[in-house]
Design a protein. Sequence first.
Length: 151
Amino acid sequence: MSLERTLVILKPSAVQRGLIGEITTRFERKGLHLIGMKMMQLTDEILNEHYAHLSERPFFQRVKNSMMASPVVVCCYEGVDAIQIVRSMTGATNGRVAIPGTIRGDYSVSSQENIIHTSDSPKAALEEIARFFKPEELFEYKSCAQSFLYY
Ligand code: ADP
Protein backbone atom coordinates (compact mmCIF):
# COMPACT_ATOMS: atom_id res chain seq x y z
CA MET A 1 0.00 0.00 0.00
CA SER A 2 1.50 3.34 -1.00
CA LEU A 3 0.98 6.32 1.26
CA GLU A 4 0.58 9.47 -0.84
CA ARG A 5 0.14 13.18 -0.29
CA THR A 6 -2.00 15.36 -2.51
CA LEU A 7 -2.84 19.04 -2.82
CA VAL A 8 -6.35 20.48 -2.79
CA ILE A 9 -7.20 24.14 -3.42
CA LEU A 10 -10.67 25.33 -2.46
CA LYS A 11 -11.04 27.99 -5.13
CA PRO A 12 -12.63 31.43 -4.70
CA SER A 13 -15.89 29.90 -5.99
CA ALA A 14 -15.92 27.55 -2.95
CA VAL A 15 -14.85 30.23 -0.48
CA GLN A 16 -17.39 32.78 -1.73
CA ARG A 17 -20.24 30.29 -1.87
CA GLY A 18 -19.62 29.08 1.68
CA LEU A 19 -18.67 25.54 0.71
CA ILE A 20 -15.42 25.11 2.65
CA GLY A 21 -17.02 23.07 5.42
CA GLU A 22 -19.06 20.82 3.13
CA ILE A 23 -16.09 19.96 0.96
CA THR A 24 -13.56 19.36 3.72
CA THR A 25 -16.19 17.23 5.48
CA ARG A 26 -16.32 14.96 2.42
CA PHE A 27 -12.57 14.34 2.60
CA GLU A 28 -12.72 13.78 6.37
CA ARG A 29 -15.57 11.31 6.03
CA LYS A 30 -13.74 9.41 3.32
CA GLY A 31 -10.86 8.85 5.73
CA LEU A 32 -8.22 11.16 4.31
CA HIS A 33 -5.71 12.54 6.79
CA LEU A 34 -5.40 16.34 6.79
CA ILE A 35 -1.76 17.33 7.30
CA GLY A 36 -1.80 20.97 6.15
CA MET A 37 -4.39 23.72 5.73
CA LYS A 38 -4.21 27.50 5.28
CA MET A 39 -5.92 30.45 3.67
CA MET A 40 -3.91 32.42 1.14
CA GLN A 41 -4.26 35.06 -1.53
CA LEU A 42 -2.87 33.73 -4.81
CA THR A 43 -0.75 35.93 -7.07
CA ASP A 44 -0.08 36.14 -10.78
CA GLU A 45 3.40 34.78 -10.13
CA ILE A 46 2.32 31.57 -8.40
CA LEU A 47 -0.52 31.04 -10.90
CA ASN A 48 1.82 31.40 -13.89
CA GLU A 49 3.71 28.45 -12.43
CA HIS A 50 0.69 26.47 -11.27
CA TYR A 51 -1.23 26.84 -14.54
CA ALA A 52 1.80 26.90 -16.90
CA HIS A 53 0.20 24.06 -18.92
CA LEU A 54 -2.67 26.46 -19.78
CA SER A 55 -0.51 29.43 -20.83
CA GLU A 56 -1.42 29.10 -24.52
CA ARG A 57 -5.14 28.69 -23.89
CA PRO A 58 -7.43 31.67 -24.62
CA PHE A 59 -8.93 31.54 -21.12
CA PHE A 60 -5.56 31.62 -19.28
CA GLN A 61 -5.79 35.21 -17.97
CA ARG A 62 -9.49 34.79 -17.10
CA VAL A 63 -8.78 31.65 -15.06
CA LYS A 64 -5.93 33.40 -13.25
CA ASN A 65 -8.19 36.38 -12.47
CA SER A 66 -10.82 33.99 -11.16
CA MET A 67 -8.24 32.32 -8.87
CA MET A 68 -7.21 35.74 -7.49
CA ALA A 69 -10.77 37.01 -6.98
CA SER A 70 -10.66 36.20 -3.26
CA PRO A 71 -8.48 34.18 -0.90
CA VAL A 72 -8.40 30.41 -1.38
CA VAL A 73 -7.94 27.58 1.11
CA VAL A 74 -5.13 25.15 0.37
CA CYS A 75 -5.09 21.72 1.96
CA CYS A 76 -2.72 18.78 1.93
CA TYR A 77 -4.19 15.33 2.48
CA GLU A 78 -2.42 12.05 3.11
CA GLY A 79 -3.64 8.51 2.60
CA VAL A 80 -3.14 5.28 0.69
CA ASP A 81 -3.72 6.14 -2.99
CA ALA A 82 -4.78 9.64 -1.87
CA ILE A 83 -4.06 11.26 -5.27
CA GLN A 84 -6.44 9.02 -7.22
CA ILE A 85 -9.09 9.03 -4.47
CA VAL A 86 -9.21 12.82 -4.29
CA ARG A 87 -9.13 13.15 -8.06
CA SER A 88 -12.09 10.81 -8.49
CA MET A 89 -14.02 12.62 -5.75
CA THR A 90 -13.34 15.87 -7.68
CA GLY A 91 -14.97 14.89 -10.99
CA ALA A 92 -14.54 16.22 -14.52
CA THR A 93 -13.26 19.76 -15.15
CA ASN A 94 -16.59 21.03 -16.48
CA GLY A 95 -19.13 21.02 -13.65
CA ARG A 96 -21.95 20.46 -16.16
CA VAL A 97 -20.30 17.21 -17.26
CA ALA A 98 -19.02 16.05 -13.87
CA ILE A 99 -21.00 13.12 -12.52
CA PRO A 100 -23.39 13.81 -9.60
CA GLY A 101 -21.78 12.54 -6.41
CA THR A 102 -18.49 14.18 -7.31
CA ILE A 103 -17.66 17.58 -5.81
CA ARG A 104 -17.79 19.40 -9.13
CA GLY A 105 -20.82 17.39 -10.18
CA ASP A 106 -22.69 18.42 -7.04
CA TYR A 107 -21.62 22.05 -6.65
CA SER A 108 -20.67 23.46 -10.05
CA VAL A 109 -22.22 24.27 -13.43
CA SER A 110 -19.08 25.79 -14.95
CA SER A 111 -15.77 24.87 -16.60
CA GLN A 112 -14.01 27.71 -14.86
CA GLU A 113 -15.82 28.20 -11.54
CA ASN A 114 -15.44 24.56 -10.67
CA ILE A 115 -14.90 24.86 -6.90
CA ILE A 116 -11.74 22.87 -6.40
CA HIS A 117 -8.27 22.10 -7.73
CA THR A 118 -6.74 18.70 -7.03
CA SER A 119 -3.38 17.23 -8.06
CA ASP A 120 -3.73 14.91 -11.05
CA SER A 121 -0.57 12.74 -10.73
CA PRO A 122 2.19 11.85 -8.25
CA LYS A 123 4.57 14.25 -10.03
CA ALA A 124 2.05 17.11 -9.92
CA ALA A 125 1.25 16.42 -6.26
CA LEU A 126 4.91 16.61 -5.28
CA GLU A 127 5.46 19.87 -7.19
CA GLU A 128 2.21 21.47 -6.05
CA ILE A 129 2.67 20.66 -2.36
CA ALA A 130 6.14 22.23 -2.52
CA ARG A 131 4.69 25.25 -4.36
CA PHE A 132 1.99 26.01 -1.79
CA PHE A 133 3.37 24.75 1.53
CA LYS A 134 6.61 25.31 3.42
CA PRO A 135 7.88 22.07 5.02
CA GLU A 136 7.07 23.39 8.50
CA GLU A 137 3.43 23.97 7.50
CA LEU A 138 2.89 20.22 7.06
CA PHE A 139 2.26 18.14 10.17
CA GLU A 140 3.12 14.52 10.80
CA TYR A 141 0.79 13.18 13.45
CA LYS A 142 -0.96 9.89 14.01
CA SER A 143 -4.68 9.63 13.41
CA CYS A 144 -6.43 7.67 16.17
CA ALA A 145 -8.78 6.32 13.46
CA GLN A 146 -5.88 4.70 11.57
CA SER A 147 -6.56 1.12 12.64
CA PHE A 148 -10.23 1.55 11.72
CA LEU A 149 -9.39 2.76 8.20
CA TYR A 150 -6.81 0.28 6.89
CA TYR A 151 -5.79 -3.27 7.47
P1 ADP B 1 -8.44 20.35 -13.87
O1 ADP B 1 -8.62 21.50 -12.89
O2 ADP B 1 -9.68 19.49 -13.97
O3 ADP B 1 -7.20 19.54 -13.59
P2 ADP B 1 -7.13 21.74 -16.10
O4 ADP B 1 -5.80 21.57 -15.45
O5 ADP B 1 -7.25 21.37 -17.55
O6 ADP B 1 -8.30 20.96 -15.34
O7 ADP B 1 -7.58 23.26 -16.00
C1 ADP B 1 -7.28 24.03 -14.87
C2 ADP B 1 -8.45 24.96 -14.58
O8 ADP B 1 -8.62 25.88 -15.67
C3 ADP B 1 -9.80 24.27 -14.45
O9 ADP B 1 -10.02 23.68 -13.19
C4 ADP B 1 -10.75 25.41 -14.73
O10 ADP B 1 -10.90 26.25 -13.61
C5 ADP B 1 -10.00 26.15 -15.82
N1 ADP B 1 -10.45 25.71 -17.16
C6 ADP B 1 -10.11 24.56 -17.80
N2 ADP B 1 -10.71 24.48 -19.01
C7 ADP B 1 -11.44 25.62 -19.14
C8 ADP B 1 -12.29 26.15 -20.15
N3 ADP B 1 -12.51 25.49 -21.31
N4 ADP B 1 -12.90 27.34 -19.92
C9 ADP B 1 -12.68 28.03 -18.77
N5 ADP B 1 -11.89 27.58 -17.79
C10 ADP B 1 -11.27 26.40 -17.96
